[in-house]
Design a protein around this ligand. Sequence first.
Ligand code: 5GP
Length: 186
Amino acid sequence: MKPKLFVIAGPSGVGKGTIIKDLLSQNDNLTLSVSSTTRQPRPGEADGINYNFLNQEQFKTAIENGEFLEWAVYNNNYYGTKKSAVEDALNIGKSIILEIEIQGALQIMEKCPDAVFIFILPPSYEELEKRLRGRNTEDEQTIQNRLKITQKELEIGKKFKYSVVNNKVDEAVEKILEIVNKECEC
Ligand code: 5GP
């Protein structure tokens, strides 16, 4: 199996987290990149596991030092993927998944033409709003901001090589595993 860089993007609340957890449990050759962010940890999130939580100064220094493969500002917070995270995985023969928003995905399209781009779509916009509210982790303003960003994201998602609708998690995971197997064979 050839290790590859997979970029999985999709609107906030579409279920990327659940899908990726299942993917990782079903394919030992896959690993997930731990991003850096300046957003506050949510209850239950741990530093170094869900994210590397940095303050703005630390993040900006890492940008200046050229440590990021990509980075973006999303909803007033910085998010980024360290080059080292991706290189370390590929060097030990593992494929790596980046779960990132759309501006970062566009940067990877420029820099890593061999990366594989998978966009996760909600069954409908209404369903997405319901899921986002059901999470109960964001206030109304944040939900509104995220929904606004979503409309733009759905448009850019058309550039992705693959799109997978998350109607049922199991089916979405199965489809992505097929994509992973196909892409890592060539
Ligand atoms: P959340 O705050 O819900 O964890 O993430 C917000 C958005 O940031 C999600 O769309 C998530 O995919 C994206 N994100 C997480 N890590 C990164 C990263 O390293 N780079 C970029 N560009 N986006 C990220």
